[in-house]
Design a binder for this molecule. Sequence first.
Ligand SMILES: [Zn+2]
Length: 96
Amino acid sequence: MAIERCVVVGWSDLRAIVFECTNAGCGARVVIRPDSELDKTEVVDKCPNGHPWSGGGLSANRTFGMLKQQMSSGGKVFKVLLQFDEPAPAEQKISC
Ligand SMILES: [Zn+2]
């Protein structure tokens, strides 16, 4: 019998939120700590290489704010947690 193990994380467990540009050939990333105030600070509307990150009502700031709200407890009726497979022992030594 195989036992599957998993890891469930909430907002307070996150080390960073990574926004990655999906423009072809770009892939530039912006790494934001969960305790930052990105939802209240200057608008991040483009990737580090200048590709637009806005449109359709989406922005890095709004996305960060929505994630922060839904993944932290704040008297809501539910919150969002993320689940991952537990890393294999050899993978646990890898640090980001
Ligand atoms: Zn880009």
